[in-house]
Design a protein around this ligand. Structure first.
Ligand code: GLN
Length: 236
């Protein structure tokens, strides 16, 4: 239900990058009315969707599903929300029709609808993400949203180098809280940015084995795809 512009590719990317290293993966789809706890999952992916899907989901999320996701995130669980999913991880999202949908409340942010004289925010995006060691990582993706996300204290995931990000005004993109990430980047995001995929996998496994190190893969093809796309996006 929450799967736009290839978001399902995020699932496939995690699955393949684990399998290539001999790490077994089981993918569990959580449908409307189904519980996410206890799925026993290590990584939770919440894809994008339009206002219609978001409205259908809001009720479901306001019960135990939302509360479980909140507690998984608060305990340091690995969660990634994209676009419509990301919007529903804030305090609320007001749709283009003025319907105010409650969010899960993981991030201290809210999303306002596009005003009649405003455009949808569409295009390729390049984002710079601050890393723990003081360096920066870059991710590329594709965004298409009407909603404008305003951070009410939430830390951004990164800064926009090219594109719109949260609202097209303040230069921020996405949000991050511990191991929970929200972003407007479809793409799919993870196949295009293998280092970020590995970060999610490694974080998830390190939660049960802190000595664990991911084996490097030959990412030559992925890296050259990234270089070519990011150079193009950087030029605008
Ligand atoms: N419906 C939301 C918006 O347009 C999210 C769309 C999406 O997930 N791409 O703001």
């Amino acid at each position: 239900m929450m799967n736009l512009y290839g978001d399902r590719g995020n699932v496939i990317s995690i699955q393949k990058r684990c399998e290539w290293r001999g790490i077994p993966v089981e993918v569990v789809d959580v449908r409307l009315g189904e519980s996410i706890h206890p799925t026993g999952c290590d990584i939770f992916l919440f894809g994008g969707g339009q206002d219609r899907e978001q409205a259908l989901l809001a009720d479901d999320l306001s019960g135990s599903k939302g509360a479980d996701l909140r507690s998984i995130s608060a305990a340091g669980g690995v969660v990634l929300g994209v676009c419509g999913g990301y919007q529903l991880m804030g305090s609320h999202y007001e749709t283009a029709d003025g319907e105010k949908l409650p969010g899960v409340g993981i991030f201290d942010l809210h999303t306002e609808p596009r005003k009649p004289d405003e455009e949808r925010l569409i295009g390729n995006v390049l984002v710079r993400i601050p890393l723990e060691d003081g360096s920066r990582g870059e991710i590329v993706g594709f965004e298409n949203h009407g909603g404008r996300t305003r951070l009410d204290g939430a830390a951004p995931l990164g800064e926009v180098v090219s594109g719109f990000g949260n609202n097209g005004e303040d230069g921020t993109e996405g949000a991050r809280k511990m191991n929970t990430y929200g972003t407007y980047l479809h793409g799919s995001l993870l196949p295009k940015n293998p280092w970020f995929t590995d970060r999610l996998i490694e974080t998830a496994i390190k939660r049960t084995d802190d000595t664990f190190e991911l084996e490097p893969l030959d990412d030559g093809v992925e890296k050259s795809a990234f270089e070519s796309v990011s150079a193009r996006v950087r030029r605008g």
